[in-house]
Design a protein around this ligand. Structure first.
Ligand SMILES: [Zn+2]
Length: 86
């Protein structure tokens, strides 16, 4: 369940302060989500590398927690940004 009162902000394009690559960032229930700007097609492969995945829905990044993974995403899937990674 998504709690009320925790900040969710629209994902915005920005540049990573550390590696200077383009990323999308936004708040997901108060947590800062930072993801690669290109959507991915193979979510399981991304998860297998230990990175979180997020669904971009209505302009907001929503973490694909295990309970949500059981349902098919309606939006595009983005993988967590890792500095220097692809
Ligand atoms: Zn970075």
């Amino acid at each position: 369940m998504r709690s009320k009162g925790l900040a969710c902000t629209p994902a915005v394009e920005t540049v990573c302060a550390r590696c200077h690559r383009m990323i999308l960032k936004g708040l997901d229930e108060g947590w800062l989500a930072r993801v690669e700007p290109m959507p991915i097609g193979d979510e399981l492969a991304a998860l297998a590398t230990g990175r979180r995945t997020y669904e971009l829905r209505a302009g907001q990044l929503i973490e694909r927690t295990w309970d949500r993974l059981a349902t098919e995403a309606r939006g595009r899937i983005h993988v967590e940004h890792v500095c220097g990674g692809a």
